[in-house]
Design a protein around this ligand. Structure first.
Ligand SMILES: NC(=O)c1ccc[n+]([C@@H]2O[C@H](COP(=O)([O-])OP(=O)(O)OC[C@H]3O[C@@H](n4cnc5c(N)ncnc54)[C@H](O)[C@@H]3O)[C@@H](O)[C@H]2O)c1
Length: 459
């Protein structure tokens, strides 16, 4: 790279977000970042942000640790449908009120809470987050933002209608310097206009069960487990010990969003935002062993995005999981490409080079004519994703993955998850209406009916 180019990158890196033409997803991000409306007075002791957590095991425990490490936070409520898990969290925050049912927590805390953190399985993200938004609470919700296309669109729309409310999807890797560097470099056009986009992860193989029939059996529900609360908006089914909770719910259509929903939030966020992508025009999937109840063990998904100012025309996106990967040689990359782990990566093939963005803590790699090119790191800094959100709730700085943007990305991933059920069928998508137009069965998965008694306003 020429020294003038290096210097350009160094000088421009911090200004990159505002330098990008404000269209598509990037525009939403910019709009949400400038919408720094005066915040309300926080309700916690000494003006601290009063936060309540829903789901405090697994990632939820980490979310709790991170949020409560902010000096301006008071944790006022803890909720988990598993009373054993709740007991552990109560030891971490002895003064907080505690509940098994998040709806009772919302009613009991009422005005005493400013903000909600949702770290439950995917199918309950939208109901829990939307109910909080309906009550004008700030929300931090784990990725993927929601399981269903419709839920993602509604969360994005309702968040956009509430400029005083701060939202953030729990993609903490997006706050890392390595990923923000990739975003900046792509926005600066380091590989030229994009011609193709690839992504992959090793999930689900070896991580959670997939491609199986519905688990057989009907075990007694332990008295400490709220099975009905776990099911939430999804249809009733019998409890089967160790089949669903914790963690294994990911492989089921009723609870999870499959490998693409689980990992592409962490992998495709950088190129999705940098290339200002919207909704795909079509999606196609080769998924040999999906069942009526579970996502497949491996799949290849193909989407096509309309051209944007950052692409060289219509953009093909190819996604692989469960051990499948893009053919690196045909992309012009070394076949022994070194990545930090098996989580996966995104590849942007541009007119003048190729950018590889690993999923985890490693900087992007740039290739030209098959050889890696060095570039100066412009000094982008890692921030704490949870603290960014708390600060923004308190009126300082901005949340970097607000629902307005996260919802657009996750709408795409939820569409990919739908395509898993329809092996080798091209599904046409109308992004303005949020409808699959050529298959009514597939369109029936854009939005699912909620179980009786679980209706949520705006969903
Ligand atoms: N950002 C990340 O790096 C990251 C990592 C892991 C998981 N996640 C996300 O976090 C979420 C949880 O994943 P996990 O692996 O921790 O799952 P998990 O099953 O291990 O934990 C979920 C927790 O929520 C509780 N829970 C379930 N339903 C509930 C309900 N209706 N009300 C209250 N509590 C409920 C469970 O008892 C459990 O404590 C998922 O959306 C997942 O995608 C994010």
């Amino acid at each position: 790279m020429s020294s003038s180019r290096r210097s350009f990158i160094r000088q421009s890196a911090f200004a990159a977000l505002s330098a990008v033409p404000a269209t598509g997803a990037a525009a939403s991000m910019l709009r949400s970042s400038v919408a720094a409306s005066p915040r309300r007075q926080a309700k916690g002791a000494n003006g601290k942000l009063a936060v309540a957590h829903v789901g405090v095991g697994g990632m939820g425990k980490h979310d709790l640790q991170q949020v409560m490490s902010h000096p301006q936070v008071q944790i006022v409520g803890l909720c988990d449908m598993n009373l054993q898990t709740l007991a552990t969290a109560r030891e971490m925050v002895p003064g907080a009120a505690h509940f098994q049912d998040w709806r009772e927590m919302y009613d009991a805390l009422g005005d005493k809470v400013d903000a909600i953190v949702c770290s439950t399985p995917d199918h309950m993200h939208a109901p829990i987050s939307m109910t909080a938004l309906n009550r004008d609470k700030h929300v931090y919700c784990q990725k993927p933002l929601a399981r269903l296309v419709y839920e993602n669109r509604q969360l994005a729309a309702v968040a956009a209608s509430k400029p005083k409310i701060v939202t953030q999807m729990g993609t903490q890797r997006f706050a890392k310097a390595e990923r923000r560097l990739g975003l900046t470099l792509l926005q600066l056009g380091i590989v030229g206009k994009a011609k193709a986009l690839y992504g992959w992860t090793d999930r689900p193989a070896g991580w959670w069960p997939s491609g199986q029939p519905r688990p057989a059996g009907n075990d007694p529900v332990p008295e400490w487990l709220g099975w009905n609360l776990f099911l939430g908006v999804s249809p009733e089914r019998p409890f089967v010990k160790e089949a669903y909770t914790p963690f294994k719910w990911r492989g089921f259509y009723d609870f999870g969003t499959g490998a693409i929903g689980d990992m592409a939030c962490h992998i495709m966020d950088v190129p999705y935002m940098a290339l200002q992508l919207g909704a795909p025009k079509s999606v196609w999937c080769e998924s040999p062993d999906a069942t009526d109840d579970e996502y497949p063990n491996q799949e290849s998904i193909r989407m096509s995005f309309a051209a944007t100012p950052m692409t060289a025309g219509e953009l093909p996106f190819l996604w692989f999981d469960g051990g499948r990967k893009p053919d690196l040689a045909s992309i012009g990359l070394p076949t022994d490409l070194k990545l930090p782990n098996n989580d996966g990566a995104a590849i942007v093939v541009g007119e003048t080079g190729v950018l590889v963005q690993p999923c985890d803590s490693a900087p992007p790699m740039i290739f030209r004519n098959g050889a890696q090119v060095r570039f100066d790191d412009p000094g982008v800094k890692t921030t704490n994703h949870w603290h960014d959100w708390v600060d923004a709730c308190l009126g300082k700085g901005m949340a970097r993955a607000p629902f307005q943007v996260a919802g657009r990305l996750c709408e795409v991933l939820s569409l990919g998850a739908i395509s898993s059920r329809f092996n080798k069928k091209t599904l046409e998508y109308d992004g303005a209406k949020g409808e699959i137009t050529n298959d009514s069965d597939a369109n029936g998965w854009v939005r699912r009916p909620y179980r009786q008694g679980w209706a949520v306003e705006n969903l």
